[in-house]
Design a protein around this ligand. Sequence first.
Ligand code: IMP
Ligand code: MG
Length: 177
Amino acid sequence: MSSQSKPHILFRREEIAATVSRLAAEIKQDYQDRCPLFIGILKGSFVFMADLIRLLDFPLEVEFIRVSSYGRGRESSGKIKVVRGLSSPIKGRDVLLIEDIVDTGLTTGFVLDYLGKKKPASLRFCSLTDKPSRRQTLVNIDYLGFTVPDKFLVGYGLDWDERFRNLPDICFLEDGD
Ligand code: IMP
Ligand code: MG
């Protein structure tokens, strides 16, 4: 892959919209009377989170957390740390963690552990996509959009080296393109 790589469409914007609506309906069912706190993992989750919360017509709050994981390109360093923490306490809150993709599972596993130690009343996890083929640690996804093949995805918030987040469709980059 290079900065010249051409993205190929995997899920079109209409299909993404239908899936986000389905997730919103599931989440509404479980959270409408609980004023949940949605915590997005930056940066990849921001487009998904923005679309998701606008489909929810009940009180909720939004937070973000940023962790360092991937460097340039595709491989995770495996070492994860929080580089931007929460700006308010989550003790006693109903927390829903929002992510763009679960790949090895190391990032999600780390963040769920980190949040769990802060004693929320409940902690669940919603991911737009799941790439199970490269999983290294068990992660339970309570609300899942798409299961995806072992390809490098970009668009709808997902990046390659910070590029392509602005594509409205979920695309993949091919090695050698
Ligand atoms: P994990 O720790 O390996 O599960 O990786 C999670 C993080 O890696 C996600 O939050 C993404 O930022 C990034 N990531 C994993 N796979 C992809 C991909 O296919 N495209 C873009 N980012 C990815
Ligand atoms: Mg990410």
